[in-house]
Design a protein around this ligand. Structure first.
Ligand code: 73E
Length: 814
């Protein structure tokens, strides 16, 4: 790795020793790994701080336009290793720690993941921050400092157990509390009108307030001295406890406010792609949005006197509809605090806000009951009402007499506030996250909006950061690549295409496959240590890691494993390449069927892994507590990447890109970004199966299909389904999996049986391809070589140029 930033090894060692001493009153030889982790992190932070200050000085001097990436989720993972990578002295610190008698890997393992997110949406936000800093774009990530992040998953008797994620218990060495930037956020009460100098002012009264206090986390750019900020908000009670107060009412009010503050930021809602409509969730949304927007405006006003210039200096990018109250909050500030008239405020707002749509899943659409929304946010609701009134007038003037349009597009309808409609009405840009997804938005989900204002819509295919998911996660492959093509790929991933020439060379094929093999051993060791299962690194590692959701079809995967096991048992000459099926997935705590699928996977694993008669040809492993840190190991070790969602349902996917980058072959449907992966790597280097999106959507328009036809006509399917209810995998309770059986036989909403035969065929193809070692090596090398498009650097360049209009900034240290 190129050393772009000077590193003073001896000075660093001294600082670590001093830190251990001052933090823990201990000599370094007696320090625990956790203490060394803290000491090292503080030493690294020291280096970061100068660059952080220099970056912000530069931003202020240039009075640059800044993007505020508003997101309920930032799935950052661990910071230490990534910061060292981006400071370009990971290897040097490794060496320094060696000399002090510590293993950097072990020290990194002391850090809990910052799991302030559920899955793809939150991890995308984290990759975007990495790319923004690396490219030198002025940006803030704005979110919530959840006291408890994504729950820790334990597996007990095959069932998922959720444990609290107390990620802050040892303190977070990288964050800095900024009480000087605290702001007030108001909830509830009522709005009264006051007329001053002939103008009506709207004043919220009788409200409860919460103090929002920001914590800043540095986001280090790669080798460029840029350090941006992830600003996460904590809530504190507005009033100090007034213990000498004899007024019981006052005291109780104080306790109430204390509790209100505490509960707001207590925990991340563990729902991925699902809307639950909880009051506390809306509180969380308004809490961090009001704080972020207020602070952004205050900062803007330090350098700019004309509020009309706001769109030239700020974009609020809304990560899905979760931050959409930003539209109304900005209107409130512009009118109630800056004194603008509606039209002026609306013009500014709709040139400042932009919206990214991440899902078309109906159950994920946010629709708040008006009763709840207006009670919690009375002034914001008033503003939404007026936005809606004017928007409906616009619809009516464009489509006179067309009530359907109003019904489909209104923001307030059927007693609900439709957040997606508010986001679209209030934004200058609406984007999808992969080409197919954007097309479906334009042609189906958001057709009416698209027809009204087509120029508002655009696509930004997702991406991932190669710094974390290759340079940090797969050091062997990273240095092999650097050896071949130099290290510019770290900031310019399209360079990987230079690897194509090596893909047909036997010597390099062997080197590449040997690295894969080393990574499989590394994962096998992890699995042995954490799951107690022996897996053979010479078997095919066939991997599906992602949130558990019916549309992602982990059920299809495990049904196929059951099928393959049947083949092995009934047909002694059944020839299959030994395969390890690896799963990792958290199910939302209240998602019963998803949890039952986890139990099924573990039950199938139990039976198959303990059947000596199949000679280890199939192994099934469920990796507990799948998260960013172990994902890095998993991607590096995969041969086959399972991306098998029902076509049209997965907006993009980003795990698919991480597998590809690390040299795995996609076994997938033509869904989300898989389509673009195939486009880049060529059909012959991926294995595609199943219905296409248009076919799925056609069936849906026509009321579905009849899964019983498949049950009746396909004996193999029938056998597998029967095994769900005959106790084969649940001898203590044969009915345990009946719900899965019924759902497949009666509805099969996700076309699992419909795609089953094609999926079996795809697996056969993988088996055949894998046996041809040279061709397989070529395939996986081409996957790595063709993954350049999927860098989040490319994605962010597109956002910066086509939506945000940002300029890059250079930072030098004195
Ligand atoms: O396809 C993924 C996509 O790659 C999509 O399901 C996911 O976003 C990723 C990044 O664009 C996503 N998550 C959510 N919606 N889409 C979501 C919805 C509600 C709560 C939490 C997450």
């Amino acid at each position: 790795m190129k050393k772009l930033i000077d590193f003073d090894k001896e000075g660093f060692k001294k600082e670590v020793i001093t830190n251990v001493k001052t933090l823990y009153r201990r000599p370094i030889e007696e320090a625990t790994p956790q203490q060394v982790f803290q000491a090292v992190s503080y030493a690294v932070k020291d280096d970061i701080i100068d660059r952080w200050i220099a970056t912000h000085k530069e931003y202020e001097k240039k009075n640059v336009k800044t993007v505020y990436y508003l997101s309920m989720e930032f799935l950052m993972g661990r910071a230490l290793g990534n910061n060292l990578i981006n400071l370009t002295y990971y290897d040097a610190v490794k060496e320094a720690l060696d000399e002090l008698g510590f293993d950097l890997n072990l020290i990194e393992d002391q850090e809990p993941d910052a799991a302030l997110g559920n899955g793809g949406l939150g991890r995308l936000a984290a990759c975007f921050l990495d790319s923004l800093a690396t490219l030198g774009y002025p940006a803030y990530g704005c979110g919530i400092r959840y006291r408890y992040g994504m729950f820790k998953q334990a597996i007990k008797d095959g069932y998922q157990i959720e444990l609290p994620d107390d990620w802050l218990k040892d303190g977070n060495p990288f964050e800095i509390k900024r009480p000087e930037y605290a702001v007030e956020v108001k909830f509830g009460g009522y709005v009264r009108v006051e007329n001053r100098d002939g103008r009506n002012y709207f004043i919220q009264d009788g409200y409860q307030t919460v103090r929002a206090v920001p914590y800043d986390v540095p986001v280090v750019g790669y080798g460029n001295n840029v350090v941006n900020t992830l600003r996460i908000w904590d809530a504190e009670a507005d009033q100090e406890f007034c213990l000498d107060s004899f007024d019981k009412g006052e005291y109780e009010k104080a306790v109430e406010q204390q509790n209100l503050a505490k509960t707001i930021v207590e925990v991340l809602y563990p729902n991925d792609n699902h809307y639950a409509g909880k009051e506390l969730r809306l509180r969380q949304q308004y809490f961090f949005i009001s704080a972020s927007v207020q602070r952004a405006i205050l900062k803007f006003k330090e350098k700019n006197s004309d509020i009309h210039k706001l769109p030239e200096k700020i974009t609020f990018q809304m990560n899905d509809t979760h931050p959409t109250v930003a539209v109304a909050e900005l209107m409130r500030i512009l009118m109630d605090e800056e004194g603008l008239e509606w039209d002026d405020a609306w013009d500014i707002t709709t040139r400042t806000c932009a919206y990214t749509n991440h899902t078309i899943m109906a159950e994920a659409l946010e629709k708040w009951p008006i009763e709840l929304f207006s009670r919690l946010l009375p002034r914001i609701y008033q503003i939404v009402e007026e936005i809606n009134r004017r928007f409906v007038l616009k619809i009516q003037s464009m489509y006179p007499g067309n009530q359907d349009k109003v019904k489909n597009m209104a923001i307030l309808y059927d007693g609900q506030v439709k957040m997606a409609h508010l986001a679209i009405a209030g934004s200058y840009s609406v984007n999808g996250v992969a080409a197919l997804h954007t097309k479906i938005l334009e042609e189906r989900e958001l057709k009416d909006f698209y027809e009204m204002r087509p120029e508002q819509f655009n696509n930004k295919t997702n991406g991932i950061t190669q710094r974390r998911f290759l340079l940090h996660g797969n050091p062997l492959l990273a240095s092999w690549i650097t050896d071949k093509i130099g290290d510019e790929w770290i900031v310019k991933l399209s360079n990987l295409k230079k690897l194509k020439v090596y893909a047909t060379d036997e010597k390099y094929q062997q080197e590449f496959m040997n690295i894969k093999y080393q990574n499989k051993i590394r994962l096998a060791n992890y699995i042995k240590e954490h799951n107690g299962v022996d897996v053979d690194p010479r078997s095919i590692f066939d991997v599906q890691v992602k949130r558990l959701h019916e549309y992602k079809r982990q059920l299809l995967n495990i049904l196929h494993v059951m099928y393959q096991y049947n083949e092995l048992k009934t047909n002694p000459s059944y020839d299959m390449y030994p395969t390890t099926y690896i799963f990792g997935a958290k199910a939302s705590a209240g998602y019963k069927r998803a949890k039952l699928i986890i139990k099924l996977i573990n039950s199938v694993a139990d039976v198959i892994n303990n059947d000596a008669s199949i000679k280890g040809k199939i192994k099934v492993v469920f990796i507990e507590n799948y998260r960013v840190s172990n994902a890095e190991l998993i991607f590096a070790a995969a041969d086959v990447s399972e991306q098998i969602s029902t076509a049209s349902r997965e907006a993009s996917g980003t795990g698919n890109m991480k597998f590809m980058l690390n040299g795995a072959v996609t076994l997938g449907t033509m869904d989300g970004a898989n389509v673009e992966i195939v486009e880049e790597v060529g059909e012959e280097n991926a294995v595609i199966f199943g219905l296409r999106a248009e076919e799925v959507m056609k069936y849906e328009r026509e009321g579905g299909y009849n899964p019983k036809d498949i049950y009746n006509n396909d004996a193999a399917v029938r056998t597998v389904l029967t095994q769900l209810i005959n106790g084969m995998y649940s001898s203590d309770d044969p009915d345990r999996f009946r719900d899965l059986y019924d759902s497949l036989i009666n509805e099969d909403v996700y076309f699992i049986l419909k795609d089953f035969a094609s999926y079996v065929e795809a697996h056969r193809k993988i088996d055949t391809l894998y046996r041809d070692e040279k061709n397989w090596a070529k395939m996986v090398m081409l996957n790595t070589a063709c993954s350049g498009k999927f860098s989040s650097d490319r994605t962010i360049e597109e956002y910066a140029k086509e939506i945000w209009n940002l300029k890059k900034v250079k930072v030098t240290l004195d």
